[in-house]
Design a protein around this ligand. Structure first.
Ligand SMILES: Cc1ncc(COP(=O)(O)O)c(C=O)c1O
Length: 390
């Protein structure tokens, strides 16, 4: 691992950028400066300046994501955004939320909770691995839509299987049928390009703390204007009053925009991670991240092919269905033991996932990962599974 730009512990081979990201040194400095500034004048910072500071940061992020900045608000993480959307919906008994069987478990929990409240049906379609290709996946969706389908919810890049789903086509077919789309783009910002206004999903959320390398606790919620009135914060706060009772007002509590007013002020909290998002975008621009991303994608794909040549297990999908994260199918084993052995014995931080009884090592490749890291991972897996050397 090379470690000039990031703060990662060099004694660990870190191949799990996908779980919680990692923040570069320079970006982390900006983050800490915001925190210092807040502590020097807490009231000035949070009460008087936060609205305009956050607006500046939202504008920069919106520009990066091809969104109108009035349609986007910062949230702490994707889980919060999905909960915010799911818990604002007014469903009817029997309504169907069409999804896949490859969604992030915490968000599945949120949907199951909400569906049980309304008597609605959370309906996962099966997407096989090896990935059969975008056309077949679209066909699966088309065949599963019924007159009761109110919502299509799915990941843009999946967590367990690292696959890039054909979101543009799915949003288009949903729109043609008057179905609401909710896209979990937790892995997307900084990983693959997205233009939110062109995509025109009804709702979209993404993490800035993963592939954009912003500090932990920075994410966004995008909603098209027609949904602003019906979308309620998980925390009901000052943004819900027309005037401020018992206190003189702060700019942070008010504002003309319902969407921003309701979701931005969530009680006292540290907004430094949000304010650091522009620095993370500028950091990636400065370090020519388009080239970094391409190198990482190439290394990821090469690693996937090299490992498949050793195991003779089928590849999990076509090369262009993966970004900087790939899944390596491994022979049958205890997944927990595999994960702990890789970490304890080989000092490799890498997640082990399971889908349909197949166990995978999900390897992430970020700027700091080298060919040597790929060799280390393959060497360790060869050792553990007693695979031939070529
Ligand atoms: C597809 C997907 N959705 C949602 C999440 C949740 O992200 P967070 O923990 O930042 O809310 C993850 C986390 O890895 C994810 O992979």
């Amino acid at each position: 691992m090379k470690n000039d730009l990031f703060l990662l512990d060099p004694s660990i081979v870190f191949m799990n950028h996908g779980s919680f990201g990692a923040c570069p040194r320079d970006v982390f400095d900006v983050y800490q400066n915001w925190q210092l500034e807040m502590e020097r004048r807490p009231v000035e910072f949070l009460g008087r300046r936060s609205s305009s500071l956050l607006e500046g940061a939202r504008k920069k992020l919106s520009e990066y994501l091809g969104a109108d900045y009035k349609n986007l608000v910062f949230v702490t993480n994707t889980t919060t955004a999905i909960n915010t959307i799911a818990r604002s919906l007014k469903l009817e008994a029997g309504d169907e939320i069409l999804t896949t069987d490859q969604e992030y478990g915490a968000c599945d929990n949120a949907w199951n909770f909400v569906c049980s409240t309304w008597g609605a049906v959370y309906k996962p379609v099966h997407i096989p691995v090896p990935y059969p290709g975008d056309e077949i996946v679209l066909d699966i969706f088309l065949k599963t839509i019924t007159p009761k389908t109110r919502i299509i919810y799915l990941s843009h890049i999946t967590s367990t299987t690292a696959l890039i789903f054909p979101i543009e086509a799915i949003c288009r077919l949903a729109r043609e049928r008057g179905i609401i789309t909710i896209i979990d783009g937790a892995h997307v910002p900084g990983h693959i390009p997205v233009h939110l206004e062109k995509l025109a999903a009804d709702f979209y959320t993404g993490n800035c703390h993963k592939w954009l390398c912003a500090p932990k606790g920075s994410a966004f919620l995008y909603a098209r204007p027609e949904h602003h009135e019906t979308l309620h914060g998980l925390v009901i706060s000052w943004g819900y009053s027309t005037g401020v009772t018992g206190h003189t007002s702060f700019d942070a509590y008010t504002g003309a925009d319902t969407f921003i007013r309701r979701h931005q002020w969530q009680g006292t909290r540290d907004i430094s991670a949000f304010l650091t998002v522009p620095a993370a975008i500028e950091f990636q621009e400065k370090h020519e991240w388009n080239m970094v991303r391409q190198r990482c994608h190439n290394l990821a794909i090469q690693t996937m092919h090299r490992f498949a040549n050793l195991t003779r297990l089928p590849l999990s999908g076509p090369d262009n269905s993966f970004g900087q994260m790939v899944i390596l199918p491994v022979p049958a084993c205890d997944p927990e033991l595999l994960k702990s052995t890789l970490y304890d014995k080989y000092k490799i931080e890498v997640p082990v996932t399971v889908f349909e009884n197949q166990i995978f090592v999900r390897a992430s490749f970020q700027e700091y990962n080298t060919e040597e890291d790929a060799d280390t991972l393959i060497g360790a897996l060869r050792d553990i599974f007693k695979l031939p050397s070529a």
